[in-house]
Write a protein that binds this ligand. Sequence first.
Ligand code: ZN
Length: 190
Amino acid sequence: MQAGDPVLRQAARPLSVRQITSGEIQELIENMREAMRHAPGVGLAAPQIGISLQLAVIEDREEYHKDVTPQQLAERERRPVAFHAIINPNITSLDEETAEFHEGCLSLPGYSAIVTRSRKVLVECLDERGRPRAIEASGWYARILQHEIDHLQGTLYIDRMKSRTFTSMDNFVRYWKGKPIADVRASLGA
Ligand code: ZN
């Protein structure tokens, strides 16, 4: 679903453990895994495929990091994350420290902007088998969790972005990629 679809602006419905273990939801999780890999993306929330349920899948594969410099990986605290689902998540910030980086979304393809996020979060949720999980995440993984959980509440990154940094991907590559965030903000008066 692309921005403008009402489903992206609704608070999604929670799932019961019985629903999670049903064939229908297990199949949905499998389909979302495929859709995320196909995109490719590091996260996908059910509302993005038109289903208003509190379910998102996340996976940050090492092969996605080959186009990112070691310095950028280090700055972003970006490390591989194995595939998993988060269901009915509750998120709390564990750190007053924030991080600012460009972020994009499969529901707004071709664009990016700087978004301020907590550097460290705690997510309490159910996993793909309906088991309770507490995830402590920092860096890029924490950003992915915040982005996906926002989707489950009807929030998009454009609601949180530094709007003067909003850019097409082409112009991102042409002008901003690899530049320190402080320089980007200074250039744009953001
Ligand atoms: Zn998104």
